[in-house]
Ligand binder design. Structure first.
Ligand code: ALA
Length: 488
């Protein structure tokens, strides 16, 4: 039976062939260590440095440690699926590409559009966290930034010590960091594997320093009770709170899949993609559980509802220099996540534009800078505006739900391709198919279920806008459809 053009799928052979053609000029420089470092570079960011505090204070209490374990297990199922697909189809484009090969064009478009949440909106979220840590650092140096210019207009107003109530105007530092990184990316400043490895080293050093210094100062009374009693509302502490906490801190795990977009630059993708994806995931899960244990052990969870919770916990140690070093390290760490997200977003749009689903502007390369500069500027403007205007928690939850949705389709793609391309050699195979991908899908659905209803509505509106764009643009310009029509 002929497929409707809406569900036309690209064959795995076509994708691999076009990937090889696109990747001819790329330097295959990445080995298992730099790929794992790249994963850690993209993973550790605002999730652990910012959202952990809010999630502990509002939902899970010290039980946030358990929330991290739950997320780690869920991501392990999904990570195994990514590992199989990244080794089987080692081309950039990640879940967008895998969906084109399985569910076809319409779903690929939906996922490509959905990935804007995972990359561009994530960059906005991390920029808001960056702003909070910068303000702390400046305050330490005696430089005060007016509150109204570090808050979004939709943030809850804050009451100052003198009783004045301040409403946000713009989160100016958050927008500025996006503009600066966009300018660097436009002019061709790419994070090389070596620079990235160094930055990851700094970030890891800060995390380990926090754990090492904090562990001796833990007051175990702060861990009691581990899971505070439910406040009567679903998701406010108790078991449902731990699960809602897991759905919020899921943000901290996003990024392990970004490793798959580097497949064309890997020396031995068949071996190193699974190592990079699963290795970075395992290391980050261990670190997250340790950091959240130390954080909630140093400070009562009730005080952690701030944008810079690690900073607050370090202050308890009474070591101003260490606080200063940690704040600098966190800023550097958040910078790399913004950079990788903005870079990854242009990469996915580049692939979509090549497929005709987005205008050619997104595949236009500057003749001397050799970067997709127009795309980078458009995306940078969008991200800067979102960072300036939208509150952190709303952004973070939108990123999480969008990513969970993409993850579900990736798990589904493993099951589908095992049937449609059963005889193809798979360098890495998910054990226990279809049980493991199904568990991955169920875990993602579970985490989505615990996100607030508003977030679901925002996802639906976002996908609705995406479908409208496809109906007016992509459907008429799709390269795959045009080819199919010519062959008829
Ligand atoms: N996982 C990334 C972070 O936490 C997106 O910043």
């Amino acid at each position: 039976m002929a497929r409707s053009p809406l569900f036309a799928r690209k064959s795995v052979d076509d994708i691999r062939a076009s990937g090889e053609a696109e990747g001819v000029g790329l330097h295959k420089a990445l080995g298992p260590v730099s790929i794992t470092a790249m994963g850690i570079g993209a993973i550790i960011g605002a999730g652990i440095f910012v959202l952990t505090g809010t999630a502990a204070a509002q939902y899970a209490g010290p039980g946030i440690m358990i929330s991290f374990v739950i997320c780690g297990i869920a991501c392990a199922f999904v990570g195994l699926c990514y590992a199989e697909l990244a080794a089987l189809i080692p081309v950039s484009g990640s879940s967008y590409t895998y969906t084109y090969a399985t569910l076809g064009e319409l779903f690929a478009w939906i996922i490509g559009w959905d990935l804007v949440l995972e990359y561009a909106v994530a960059a906005s979220t991390v920029a808001v966290g960056w702003s909070a840590y910068l303000v702390r650092l400046l305050a330490r140096a005696g430089i005060g930034v007016p509150h109204a210019w570090t808050m979004a207009p939709f943030d809850d107003p804050v009451t100052l010590a003198d009783g004045t109530i301040v409403h946000g105007i713009l989160n100016l530092p958050a927008a500025l960091i996006v503009v600066i990184i966009t300018a660097l990316l436009v002019m061709g400043t790419r994070e090389s594997a070596r620079t990235n490895t160094i930055m990851v080293g700094v970030k890891l050093a800060v995390v380990l320093l926090f754990i090492a210094l904090g562990v001796g100062a833990i007051d175990t009374a702060n861990w009691s009770p581990l899971i505070p009693e439910n406040h009567g509302n679903f998701g406010e502490f108790g078991l449902t709170g731990v699960l809602r906490g897991a759905s919020v801190v899921f943000f901290a795990f996003i990024g392990f899949d970004a490793v798959s977009t580097a497949a064309q630059e890997a020396r031995n993708p068949q071996r190193d993609m699974p190592i990079g994806i699963l290795g970075s995931l395992a290391i980050c899960t261990l670190l997250y559980v340790a950091v959240s244990a130390v954080m909630t052990g140093l400070v009562s969870y009730t005080q952690l509802n701030v944008a810079a919770p690690i900073g607050l916990a370090v202050d308890v140690l009474g070591l101003p220099w260490i606080s200063f070093i940690i704040d600098i390290g966190v800023l550097a760490g958040l910078t790399t996540v913004i950079l990788v997200s903005l870079y990854g977003q242009t990469r996915i749009f580049y692939t979509m534009s090549h497929d005709g689903l987005l205008p050619p502007l997104f595949a236009h390369i500057h003749p001397s800078w050799r970067t997709p500069w127009l795309s980078q500027i458009v995306i940078g403007a969008f991200v800067a505006i979102a960072a300036a205007l939208a509150p952190l928690d709303i952004l973070g939850e939108l990123v999480s739900i969008g990513t969970l949705f993409a993850f579900m389709l990736v798990c589904g793609a493993v099951i589908y391709l095992r049937k449609s391309d059963a005889d193809r050699f798979r360098p890495f195979r998910v054990p226990g198919v279809p049980v493991v991908p199904i568990l991955g899908i169920l875990c993602c659905l579970g985490l989505m279920y615990f996100l607030p209803l508003d977030t679901w509505l925002r996802l639906i509106i976002w996908l609705g806008i995406g479908l409208a764009i496809y109906a007016f643009y992509g459907r008429h310009h799709s390269r795959l459809r045009t080819l199919a029509e010519r062959q008829r």
